[in-house]
Design a binder for this molecule. Structure first.
Ligand SMILES: Cc1ncc(COP(=O)(O)O)c(C=O)c1O
Length: 477
């Protein structure tokens, strides 16, 4: 122990102040907290990570009392906004009544109610809900289910999975094998074998002859056919599942071109391969429906989801599977030998129910559908800047791709990307009062996904801050 021990800083519900704890807590963060996906060297030499202490609506405050617009809903999580007393109270009540019980051969009311509600919202016959504590576990669960399902139904060779390049599907070793970001995988090789990649739907960088809005549908067919090519190349008798996000996050928001998902559904059916819709980001209103497969007109075999289910007031994830996939487990002595102690935690499940009540009461999904064009139009104003190559996305989920040359779409080299994204942009945006994400897992993008209660005032504020910072970034190049 090298740091002084400090007591919790605030209790917003009790209305106490947000006194900055300053150096003692910053020291403790530097000395003891191992942050996720974080280059800790940025915090040596007296630096410290921003310490966020409070949230209300679309805004958060740091320990020094500075206010920020939450342009990323935490991490694509806080759908109904920060500071909802109602959700905190539901959590407290559930913890008092039954803080914990596992779903290992026992059930509890909040998990039952939530499973029933999710099944009701899910399309087709996706009626069976397996709870996890987060998204990566849901993805991991889906791959394991796909393998066991095919073993139980006489096709034991079907074990492989196809996913798309640059897609992020989580960090457990199976989910990481599905993830298509080579630098993120490299330190942990060898990963689970049998995960193969196909092109994604980045229409801004479509191949020659398929680029431009006039070729969008054709590009979508091309991209879907690459998935089929991968299935055939591996041998359909060896492929269990295809994992795709409705709108791919990593790389900077790649919506599906028209017709892409119906084609992908056909391909999966033709080869008896399960279609997994990884909706860890896209579900719960992010695109405008409870499940984003409804936004794009397809019925998957499995949905994986997490994040927005509770708006982040407590952690939970789920894998939702079709009746067909549950059938071999419904009778006899077979069970799915898989589980998590905290999967479907009573507090999280109760909070999810209350969160979904807010969705219904406040018409959150309708608000997203109504306001999405306004959000898009506001961000598209930035296209007048020389550094902004593309603005793309759906719902309340947009990416702004930065380029060195708009005409040629030339991107930044590694050194420029490092200097621009890590060295300047993220910090400058934060200092300017906007928390969002400057991402370089593909070409450099700024990602925006605010709480789903945001409106024109927040869109304008984001545009203004981005305009100032991106103008300065261009001048610094
Ligand atoms: C599409 C997708 N799948 C899986 C995950 C992993 O979720 P978690 O971080 O909850 O494990 C994420 C996280 O961002 C995601 O975006």
């Amino acid at each position: 122990m090298t740091s002084s021990i400090v007591t919790p800083s605030t209790d917003r519900m009790e209305g106490t102040s947000t006194t900055p704890r300053g150096t003692d807590r910053a020291d403790a963060a530097r000395d003891h907290l191992w942050m996720h996906f974080t280059r800790h060297s940025s915090y040596t030499d007296g630096g410290a990570p921003p310490i966020i202490v409070r949230g209300e609506g679309c805004r958060v405050w740091d320990a020094a009392g500075r206010e920020y617009l939450d342009g990323l809903a935490g991490l694509f999580v806080v759908q109904v906004g920060h500071g909802r007393r109602e959700l905190a109270q539901v959590a407290a009540k559930q913890a008092e009544q039954l803080a914990f019980f596992p779903l290992w051969s026992y059930a509890h009311p909040s998990a039952i109610d939530l499973a029933e509600r999710l099944a009701h919202h899910a399309p087709g016959d996706l009626n069976r809900v397996f709870f996890t504590t987060g998204g990566g576990e849901a993805v991991e669960t889906a791959w394991k289910l796909a393998k066991q399902y095919f073993k139980l139904t006489g096709r034991p060779g079907k074990t492989k999975v196809i996913s798309r390049s640059i897609a992020y599907h989580g960090t457990p070793q199976g989910a990481l094998a599905i993830t298509g970001i080579p630098p993120m995988r490299a330190p942990f090789e060898p990963l689970v074998p049998g995960a193969f990649k196909a092109p994604n739907t980045n229409s801004y960088r479509a191949p020659e002859g398929l680029a431009g809005p006039e070729h969008l549908k054709e590009f979508g067919m091309w991209a879907a056919d690459r998935v089929e090519e991968a299935i055939v190349m591996e041998g359909a008798e060896t492929v269990a599942a295809v994992f795709v996000e409705p709108v791919q996050n990593a790389g900077g928001c790649f919506p599906p071109p028209p017709g892409y998902f119906p084609r992908l559904r056909e391909i999966c059916d033709r080869h008896d391969v399960l279609l997994v819709s990884d909706e860890v980001i896209c579900a719960f209103g992010r695109i405008g429906s409870m499940f984003a497969c409804d936004d794009f007109g397809y019925v998957p075999d499995i949905i994986t989801c997490a994040k927005g289910m509770t708006s982040g007031y407590s952690p939970i994830g789920a894998m939702i599977a079709s009746d067909r996939l549950f059938e071999p487990f419904a009778t006899g002595s077979t069970s799915f030998l898989h589980g998590y102690t905290f999967g479907g935690h009573p507090v999280s499940a109760a909070v999810a129910m209350a969160n979904l009540d807010i969705f219904e009461r406040e018409g959150i999904n309708a608000h997203v559908r109504e306001q999405s064009p306004v959000f898009r139009a506001t961000l598209e104003k930035l296209l007048d800047l020389p550094i902004v190559g593309d603005v793309r996305g759906e719902g309340f989920f947009f990416g702004i791709e930065l380029v060195k040359d708009k005409a040629t779409k030339e991107t930044f080299d590694d050194e420029e990307s490092e200097r621009l994204l890590r060295g300047f942009l993220s910090k400058a945006l934060f200092d300017g009062g906007l928390y969002c994400r400057a991402d370089d897992r593909g070409d450099p993008v700024v990602q925006l996904a605010p709480p789903l209660i945001a409106g024109p005032a927040e869109f304008d504020a984001m545009e203004q801050i981005l305009r100032g910072v991106l103008t300065e970034a261009w001048a610094r190049l």
